[in-house]
Ligand binder design. Sequence first.
Ligand code: MN
Length: 754
Amino acid sequence: MDSKHPLYTGPYNLNEEEEKKLILREYRALLRALKQDIKKGDKAMLRHAFEMAAEAHKNTRRKSGEPYIFHPLAVARISVEEIGLGVTSAVCALLHDTVEDTEITLEDIGREFNNNIARIINGLTKISNVVDLKAETTVQAENFRKILLTLAEDPRVILIKLADRLHNMRTLDSMNREKQLKIASETTYIYSPLAHRLGLYEIKSEMEDLALKFTQPDIYNEIVKGLKDTRRERTRYINEFIKPIKEELAQHGFSFEIYGRPKAIHSIWNKMRNKHVTFEEVFDIFAIRVILDTPPESEKQDCWKVYSVITNFYHPNPERLRDWVSVPKGNGYEALHTTVMGPGGRWVEVQIRSRRMNEIAEKGLAAHWKYKEGAPTAQESKLDSFLEHLREVLANPNTDTIDFIQDFKLDLFTEEIYVYTPKGDMRVLPMGATALDFAFDIHSQLGTRCIGAKVNHRLVPLSHKLHSGDQVEVITSSKQHPSEDWLQFVITAKAKSGVKNYLRESKRQKAEEGKAILKRKLEALHTSMSQHNINELVQYYKKSSPLDLFYAVAVGAVDLSELKTFSVYGDKMQHPSREIRNDTRELADEEVLKQKHGKGAELIIFGERSDKILYKLAQCCQPIPGDDVFGFITSGEGLKIHRTDCPNASRLLANYGHRVVKTKWARNKEISFLTGVRITGLDDVGVIQKITNVISGDLKLNMRSLSIDSKDGIFEGTIMVYVHDREELNDFCNRLGILEGITKIERIDNTEGA
Ligand code: MN
């Protein structure tokens, strides 16, 4: 990663002469990278773009102190070297920030270059790059929607945008903490899934590693250190594993490359988290890769030959065979993956690819174009159908963008199945998709009218889960309408937004009736549908919006006779109990706790001691002092404090950046916080005694509960204790750790029900 880093990162102190030299050096490196692509006239165009950008940005510097032009130069190099884009894209990358940040207009670019370039830059400008903490949620969501729309228009826009974002992530060090969190979250929320969907695995991986580095530096550093400490041992093992295969493949006359490489830091972290294991316990921290130099016509059979050679030496796990050579993934990825039993009884993943497949794995979409010869390949048409699908969903103005992005992201990561229409056309759906998903995939009209399907000629209900190879015929009726429960069994973004759009539309119609009813009632009480009254009623009936209120009125879900209890002052009505009701709202757990364990300020919010601001600790991650935290302004429950590694953090930070409040802990030893740890160990008489000794004897902690389950000589326990801060929690964990028989201790995020 460091060698790719084109920028000067240290404290910036170059003189003008040195700066100029460095800028020119970057520019020449860009020309070298483009070498084969440069045709007659291209050089002059590139030079022109470079000079225009350098001139336009000449008075601006980046946060790190370096001249701004380094950034567009770096984005151009990433576009060319790491994504495989050509001259046009390089020109666009050089100019990508000029229209937004300088005097240069789109007309200027159209005139100086051409309309095509102006169009791409227009796309790039529309996707605002600025982290606008004050922007409304809808603005942020709209921004995501634009990203997806421009992607559907010209994929180059999004590819350059990804290069731009990658460079910003690589240079995130110089930003303040708040922006780091916001940019990193936005990256994992939308950009890395997109990179993944477009098959840009290297970029996706680097983005996620960098995001982890900034959101959870402790974990990142721990894994980096772990990888470094185990490198020697790993290299030895990999060499031992590879040796016989290498010899055998050479004997078969293959020209190939074989090597082992550690998996990405974020994917190691995901394994640690999902399986509740430590770094040492993650068994597959590396994979072996075989890359074959073989012509396209024999690559499939050669990949299988290599598979056969490898499994002559090592036993394969039949459940872990993935054949993306016969049927590539939806994002174009092709390879043969297998997991075999290596020396010393360790499972080892092996990835087999041809040189062409490897390039696709690294450069994704752009590599497809490179190999394009005449008619579109199967992969290309797959990509086209993905873009088509995107255009279709986004074209509907009723689609709720945040919802859609949420569902869309789920689509991006799941495994795929391949099913067929009655005519034998193949459709790719995520694993777990149902007959109804299939109907929506064909057309939303077909989806909303679907009453069932025939799968392999057998009649099945809407909710029937499909399998690879199924042939599906949709059965419709003009009387059919989507209902709420359909959302229980559709899993694709397209089907979900299809159902939701229908429901929203019919709810809106119903709400109109409710609005008319309410209007009559209010008039009877000699008041009106004023904004004040609507707000008052929304709050009184605990609805989340006027629409919800009107709908509830229409279906008779609220008791309108209660309207009589309101006092009316002309256009304003007020419920006498509402003030009081707000104040006596039941106390949340942590507030009770605060009373029990003393009072005082423990957070600094907006730079203020928190005794001036009311807040709650989020239940989803239960922060304690010492944790990295941020404040989040909720719509109904005031300020909530989350950990930056909270499972919900990236969604909140990416979508609602403007509601995030900078927060850190003040030192305070008087208040304690409920937290939980899970322990595992060997069952032994007296272990509970030892644990309680640590809690009440040594540390004098206040324990709320302790539950221990033991089975076959192994016990698992959950301890809930009150601690003052993270330091105390760490101390507690350390003391438990040295007890004989305890093998693992981990903090629990969410202790609800514990
Ligand atoms: Mn930029």
